[in-house]
Ligand binder design. Structure first.
Ligand SMILES: *Cc1c(COP(=O)(O)O)cnc(C)c1O
Length: 352
């Protein structure tokens, strides 16, 4: 059945083990595997448990609900909505937070269910997504957190290279270390986790650029695609091609390359620029923008190219090539493409 995505589980397990080992060599003894791209697929996520990782992280509570049997602490990565705190304390052992009002709501929910909830307090080191801005006051907030009966301040963390594209380096990570030192001495406590970012921090491995006090990373893309994400370079010893997407040709005919008559906008409200390449052999595949943005797909046969599509169709230029209906065309996908395909109910997921 097509369309389908084929996932190489063994390669991903290998990558996870390798990242745990490489992190250790860089004094980072704890890795959270970030699995948001797997939409809660239990077997695959469960297969990562034995690779030496310490927690599982996902940004949606709906996904964590599917993982209740996994024998590792689970972390909600996206800041909780106040409206979901009951679920958060039920299905996540840890959550990332930056708002005292939300943390108090989590405390109330945890108290009601008589459980302890752990939080990692997030600091924005300049990338401008979530977190308390590093140069602004935070002591009062920490004081408030420490007063709560059912919340444990497990540690602090930062997220980089997500919104602003801020690339990590020693200077930026030291902003987090400074905060750790201030909190620990002011309140005479030990922060168990200092979480120094995601796969973009992997760029700094083996360069003595990661402060020793960073002891934790949250890794998704590096485990799945074998790349660091500051510059997109391959990580030595890891597998890169772990996902192949396949779709079936439902029409294959030679037509002109220019629409015949006056043109306006396409079904997505866009004015498209179409180049006249003369007669063109065109293949239509049964996959569309409802399932994935088409520019996230890269044909493995580099002699063919995607020329466009609509919600349920993808059109390929296969001029001069031996394609016909019923045949399957294979693509590589990048991280955003995988995220969409895994979340499409119409795309079958094959684990091998
Ligand atoms: C998605 C996410 C990660 C993982 O990022 P990668 O670049 O895939 O390693 C880490 N932390 C948070 C808060 C995230 O949302």
């Amino acid at each position: 059945m097509y369309p389908r995505i084929i996932i190489n589980t063994d390669h991903i397990i290998h990558n996870s083990k390798m990242m745990v080992q490489k992190a250790k060599e860089n004094h980072i003894d704890s890795i959270m595997a970030v699995v948001k791209v797997f939409a809660g697929h239990y077997d695959l996520i469960n297969s990562l448990v034995e690779t030496g990782i310490h927690q599982i992280g996902d940004s949606r509570i709906e996904n964590l609900k599917l993982l209740t049997h996994i024998q590792l602490p689970k972390c909600l990565l996206r800041l909780p909505m106040i409206s979901e705190v009951d679920d958060v304390v039920q299905y996540a052992d840890i959550s990332l937070n930056s708002e005292i009002k939300t943390i108090k709501a989590l405390n109330q929910a945890a108290k009601k269910s008589n459980i302890n909830h752990q939080i990692i307090l997030m600091f924005d080191l300049g990338d401008l997504r979530e977190g308390l801005y590093y140069s602004k006051p935070y002591i009062h907030i920490v004081e408030n957190i420490l007063d709560l009966s059912h919340i444990e301040l497990l540690g602090i963390g930062a997220n980089l290279t997500c919104y602003g594209g801020l690339v990590p380096n020693k200077k930026i990570l030291n902003r987090l270390i400074h905060i750790k030192d201030v909190i620990e001495s002011k309140f005479n406590l030990h922060l168990k986790i200092v979480s120094g970012g995601n796969s973009s921090t992997v760029t700094l491995f083996d360069q003595s650029e990661i402060p020793k006090a960073i002891n934790h990373l949250r890794l998704g893309e590096s485990i799945l695609f074998g790349k660091e994400t500051s510059y997109g370079t391959n990580i030595e010893g890891l597998h890169q091609d772990n996902f192949i997407f396949e779709a079936e040709i439902i029409e294959c005919q030679t037509k002109p390359s220019l629409p015949d008559g006056d043109t306006s906008i396409n079904s997505f409200g866009e004015k498209v620029q179409i180049e006249d390449k003369g007669a063109m052999k065109r293949a239509i595949l049964a996959i569309g923008k409802q399932d994935v943005m088409l520019n996230y797909l890269k044909p493995i046969d580099t002699s063919i190219s995607i020329i466009g599509g609509s919600s349920d169709h993808l059109i390929l230029d296969v001029t001069g090539r031996d394609y016909d209906i019923g045949q399957i065309v294979q693509f590589r996908v990048d991280y955003p493409g995988l995220l969409l395909l895994m979340n499409s109910n119409y795309v079958k997921k094959i684990f091998k």
